[in-house]
Design a protein around this ligand. Structure first.
Ligand code: GLU
Length: 385
């Protein structure tokens, strides 16, 4: 999950979007993109670049080459589909009737995709986000009402999302909605902003609204309206941000480690959600069938650094919940001994970056020895993935 910024107001949007995204760079990301509506032509221009934000800034002359006062921007941390320009956000329908950025994961994207394919939709990317975009479009074409389309789609999404959305037929308007991914609305004398986190808009804004789960915001230059999932208008309190930039990056926590510790429950929940279907654990998507699990005799967890400590904690949990014994190895040790892997065993490699050299070597060695391997990483498209 990475960053979202949106703006509608008196000023040119693109430079503000790029500036806002640059304030979220510390969170890490693999690609970036913006969509800006040109009021004169009515066209929505979408520009994306893989890699650093700098590449997008160069493509757009720091945003000055893109005209328009209403737009949305995104930095992506890929969860579905490799980091690439095609998979980068914003995503859109062929006619650009819906253009969208998303943070989070739509868990039931496969089932929604099947429905949309039956309805005649094509897909150009590997992302869950494109499916979300097209489901909203499907309901929009059916009802002609963006708010109704959005709420109907939200009721069908399982997972987490913060969305920023442009509807082609609604110039000067941004829609935003969220569930389990953060999103705020900011206001200043020139217009309104959306952002996934305070630092993105702190240079322009001091007053914000926090949107809660399953709530929607509709922003124009002058006004912002809030709705619940039943499309009833709701009132929100404006909150004044008193943090400085440094405190805002840490979400008000004293330091980053504390912030990350408090984010752990959500990180764990998000990771597990992908493997729970109808309240049952289901690992079939990663090739682990019930049969394999039932026959498991030994689990080896291989990792380095703090991922190794995670493995040590996992050993206690797995052993207390099953009668399978677990061995935890440092990647750097495993590759230099001659490990004897038990039959019916699985090797779990844990690496945040997915690029830890010793862990990659251990993975190759395990495969050579015929073991099943499972990677747990935080970077889609990394070597271990
Ligand atoms: N799941 C989406 C994707 O893979 C959004 C990822 C994000 O939050 O940046 O494209």
């Amino acid at each position: 999950m990475c960053g979202i910024v949106g703006y509608v107001g008196d000023n040119q949007a693109a430079p503000l979007l790029l500036h806002g995204l640059s304030k979220l760079e510390y969170r890490g990301y693999d690609s970036a993109g913006i969509a800006v509506r040109n009021e004169a032509t009515g066209d929505i221009r979408i520009l994306k670049a893989k890699g650093r934000l700098h590449a997008l800034s160069e493509k757009t002359d720091d945003g000055h080459a893109v005209t328009g006062t209403c737009g949305i921007g995104h930095t992506r941390w890929a969860t579905h589909g490799e980091p690439s320009e095609v998979n980068a956000h914003p995503h859109c329908t062929d006619d650009k009737s819906v253009v969208l950025v998303h943070n989070g994961i739509i868990e039931n994207y496969q089932e929604l995709k099947e429905k949309l394919v039956r309805e005649g939709y094509d897909f150009y990317s590997e992302t869950d986000t494109e499916i979300a975009t097209k489901l909203i479009d499907y309901y929009y074409k059916k009802t002609g009402d963006p708010l109704e389309a959005l709420t109907r789609a939200m009721l069908r999404f399982r997972g987490s999302y913060a969305f920023g959305i442009l509807f082609k037929d609604y110039p000067g308007k941004i829609f935003a909605a969220r569930k389990d991914s953060p999103l705020i609305i900011g206001k200043n004398e020139t217009g309104h902003f959306i952002a996934s986190d305070v630092p993105a808009i702190l240079d322009s804004v001091r007053n914000v609204y926090y949107i809660d789960n399953l709530e929607i915001a509709e922003l124009t230059r002058e006004k912002v309206h809030f709705y619940d999932i039943d499309r009833n208008e709701i009132k929100k309190e404006m909150v004044e941000i008193k943090w400085n930039e440094e405190a805002a990056e840490k979400g008000g926590y004293e330091h980053f480690m504390l912030k990350e510790i408090f984010e752990q429950p959500k990180a764990v929940r998000d990771t597990m959600n992908a493997y729970i279907k109808d309240e049952q654990i289901d690992f079939s998507a990663v090739g682990l069938t019930d049969e394999i699990i039932e026959n498991l005799e030994r689990v080896y967890i291989i990792a380095c650094g703090s991922a190794y400590h995670v493995g040590m904690a996992a050993k206690y949990i797995i052993e207390s919940m099953s009668n399978i014994s677990v061995e935890v190895d440092l990647g750097s040790e495993f590759r230099y001994r001659d490990p004897k892997l038990a039959k019916n065993s699985i090797v779990i490699i844990i690496s945040q970056s997915g690029e830890t050299a010793d862990s990659i070597a251990a993975l190759r060695l395990s495969k050579e020895k015929g073991a099943s391997v499972l990677g747990i990483v935080n970077v889609v498209g990394s070597s271990i993935a």
